[in-house]
Design a protein around this ligand. Structure first.
Ligand SMILES: [Fe+2]
Length: 196
């Protein structure tokens, strides 16, 4: 379980955040959705992903990409289609909200659980789960899974009793996707339609 900032202070009187009175996440003051309020939509929408168009895959980790479906700037969550090559992984992280996952291709697992997800496998995870996602070495094809993530997630510096290493949410993924779209020469304004 990841200690919160306050809990860490209460447990250990010598706890030093190293923050010198600064807000702990100052970098995120830049992460807004970048839209004027009158350009924000509450309408229904659809996203047409294209699993066969390499330009649309946003590089994420080594051998791992995603295509965005929704940036939920209301909850901080997001919905993505994740692709990973056999043997690749997404490092250990802790979810502050729920996760729904639906596997469309390939085989993958969490190191913390004993099941293997295959095409057709749906998973539900409650808030507060920490896990390490691995596409199995013997997966017959790249893994492709739809993830609906209800809030932000915290990457840990090690799998057991890990500490904060990095943060991710709908805002940070929006920034990352916009950067990729600009560099790939794609129409970045199309992403605005995925923000809710
Ligand atoms: Fe996760």
């Amino acid at each position: 379980m990841l200690p919160t900032f306050q809990a860490a202070k209460n447990i250990d009187a010598t706890f030093d955040s190293g923050l010198d009175g600064q807000m702990p996440i100052t970098a995120f003051s830049n992460f807004t959705d970048g839209l004027e309020p009158n350009r924000r939509s509450r309408e229904h929408f659809i996203t047409n992903t294209n699993l066969d168009d390499d330009r649309l895959w946003v590089p994420y980790a080594n051998g791992v990409w995603f295509q965005p479906c929704c940036f939920n700037v209301t909850s901080g969550g997001f919905t993505v289609v994740l692709k990973g090559l056999p043997g690749s992984m997404v490092g250990t992280h802790y979810h502050v909200g729920t996760v729904h996952g639906y596997t469309m291709r390939g085989h993958w697992r969490y190191l913390e659980h004993d099941w293997i997800a295959k095409p057709g496998t749906y998973i539900y995870e409650p808030a507060g789960e920490a896990h390490t996602l691995v596409i199995t070495e013997d997966s017959p094809e790249p893994m492709i899974t739809l993830f609906v993530v209800g809030g932000g997630l915290v990457y840990l510096d090690k799998a057991v009793n890990g500490s904060f290493a990095a943060y991710e949410d709908g805002f940070t993924l929006l920034e990352l996707t916009r950067k990729h779209y600009r560099e790939a020469g794609l129409d970045v304004t199309k992403l605005d339609a995925l923000i809710r």
